[in-house]
Design a protein around this ligand. Structure first.
Ligand code: MG
Length: 179
C-alpha cells in the first residue's frame, strides 16, 4: 500500500485535465471519422461502387476501434470518458475520386491532432500517454499512405474505375485492424 501511495504521489497515474480533455476530444474525432466513412460507404453503395463501399465500411469500423481504444485507455488510467455528440456526415460527393480525397484530408487532419496531443503529453511529462499515442501516430502514417496509394491507382485507372473498385472489395478485416 505504501508503494502504491508513492506511485500516486509521483503522479504516474494522475492524468492532467488538459490531457484528459484532449483524449476525450480525440474519442469524438475518431467517432466522427467513423461516421464520415460510413457516409461515404453509403454514397459508394448507392452509386454502384460495392468494392469501395466495403473498403469504407471497414475503415469506419477501424475508426470506431480507435475511439474505443482511447476510451479504454482513459478508464484504465482511472479517468471518466466524456462522450460528446457526433455530427451528421457528408452524404453527397462529386465522384469516386473525391471520396478518397475527402478521406486523405480527414486522415491528415487526424494526424495533426494526434501530433498536437503528443506535444502536450510531452510537455505534461505524461510518458504513458506519449507511449500510448505512438501507436496512433504510426497508424496514421499507414492510413495516409494507403489512401494515397488508392488515389494513385485511380489516377492510373482513369476510366476503368471498375477494376480499382473490384480491388478495394478485397480488403480484409485483419488488414483493417491495423495490427
Ligand atoms: Mg483513426
Amino acid at each position: 500500500m505504501k508503494q502504491l501511495e508513492m506511485i500516486y504521489s509521483k503522479g504516474l497515474y494522475t492524468m492532467k485535465n488538459e490531457i484528459r480533455n484532449e483524449l476525450n476530444l480525440q474519442i469524438n474525432r475518431e467517432m466522427q471519422s467513423a461516421y464520415n466513412y460510413l457516409g461515404i460507404a453509403t454514397w459508394c453503395s448507392e452509386k454502384g461502387y460495392p468494392g469501395s463501399a466495403h473498403w469504407f465500411s471497414l475503415q469506419a469500423k477501424e475508426e470506431m476501434e480507435h475511439a474505443l481504444k482511447i476510451y479504454k485507455y482513459l478508464l484504465d488510467r482511472g479517468e471518466t470518458p466524456t462522450l460528446e455528440s457526433v455530427g451528421k456526415p457528408k452524404a453527397a460527393f462529386e465522384d469516386l475520386r473525391s471520396t478518397f480525397e475527402a478521406a486523405l484530408e480527414q486522415e491528415r487532419e487526424v494526424e495533426n491532432f494526434l501530433n498536437a496531443i503528443s506535444v502536450k503529453a510531452a510537455e505534461a511529462k505524461d510518458h504513458v500517454t506519449l507511449n500510448f499515442l505512438a501507436w496512433f501516430l504510426e497508424e496514421q502514417v499507414e492510413e495516409v499512405a494507403s489512401v494515397q496509394t488508392i488515389l494513385d491507382q485511380l489516377s492510373l485507372a482513369k476510366d476503368s474505375l471498375f477494376l480499382v473498385d473490384q480491388e478495394l472489395g478485397k480488403r480484409t478485416e485483419t488488414e483493417s485492424a491495423g495490427n
